[in-house]
Design a protein. Structure first.
Ligand code: 13P
Length: 272
């Protein structure tokens, strides 16, 4: 018989599932109250998974107020700038996000990379700034259709990870969350199949392990994003490699988002 400690260790860390609703540039501060009220009505009190929302900057305060201090729903921002303050017109710092009640922040979302020029070196500065301010970064990575068709997926993902996580202390790595969002699956209604996503999740975990030189990759949560709906979420979470989802379109209606979360609650947590 195996000693208890070996049995325990062989079960590995439990990664709590994380479902994040990214509002993108949708909804005003005035819309926030009704959304949160409806969502709270729909969600069970003890979900056993983490749930997060990333409203636009202008609605952060309203969502924080509507959630109230006791809410288990985490508040996040969609972006941040790496300097703490100063003459950077139009930007918002980690210190400001922390002050308004954010707990996490998206970094390097493909729409930032595509439309606003966010480069790997910037995502790195943003990840470091988030950590400096006690905000949990969710680093988003993903290949374009052209990358995938030309067999570059692994290279692109590894480049985004290595650059985005450069200089991060190894002991901090387990607190990170990575979101794998293939660009071609975002907002297209054409989700990646679990068969397409799982190998990339494995690659991400392996790459983080290599960066840290340990099994730390097993602790990092890796979410899938790209046309996730209440109908396909269970297929993704059926894989031990997929620890949750970053949801766009399907989170804009509180009942649809709550349905998706409820399906996720019904799925097994991951032990590795
Ligand atoms: P959709 O769910 O609308 O495809 O968006 C995914 C996404 O980009 C979440 O950040």
């Amino acid at each position: 018989r195996l000693p208890y400690t070996t049995l325990f260790r062989s079960r590995g860390p439990v990664r709590t599932r994380f479902i994040v609703g990214n509002w993108k540039m949708n909804k005003t501060a005035s819309d926030a109250g009704a959304f949160v009220h409806r969502l709270s009505q729909e969600l069970p009190h003890h979900a056993g998974i983490q749930i997060g929302l990333t409203p636009p900057f202008t609605a952060l305060h309203a969502v924080r107020e509507a959630l109230g201090p006791a809410s288990a729903v985490l508040l996040g921002a969609q972006n941040l700038y790496w300097e703490d303050k100063g003459a950077f017109t139009g930007e918002v710092s980690g210190a400001m996000l922390k002050d308004i009640g954010c707990q996490f922040v998206l970094v390097g979302h493909s729409e930032r990379r595509q439309y606003f020029g966010d480069q790997d070196s910037w995502t790195n500065k943003k990840v470091l700034a988030a950590l400096r301010h006690g905000l949990q970064p969710i680093l988003c990575v993903g290949e374009t259709l052209q990358d995938r068709d030309s067999g570059q997926t692994d290279l692109v993902i590894q480049r985004q990870l290595r650059a985005g996580l450069a200089g991060i202390e190894a002991h901090t790595l387990p607190t990170l969350t990575i979101a794998y969002e293939p660009v071609w699956a975002i907002g297209t209604g054409r989700a990646a199949s679990p068969e397409q996503a799982v190998p990339v999740h494995r690659l991400i975990r392996r790459t983080i392990g290599e960066l840290s030189g340990t099994d730390i990759g097993n602790h990092v949560r890796i979410l899938y994003g790209g046309s996730v709906t209440p109908h396909n979420i269970a297929d993704f979470l059926a894989s031990e490699e997929i620890d949750g989802a970053l949801v766009g379109g399907a989170c804009l209606d509180p009942v649809s988002f709550a349905t998706l979360v409820k399906v996720a609650i019904g799925s097994k947590p991951t032990t590795v």
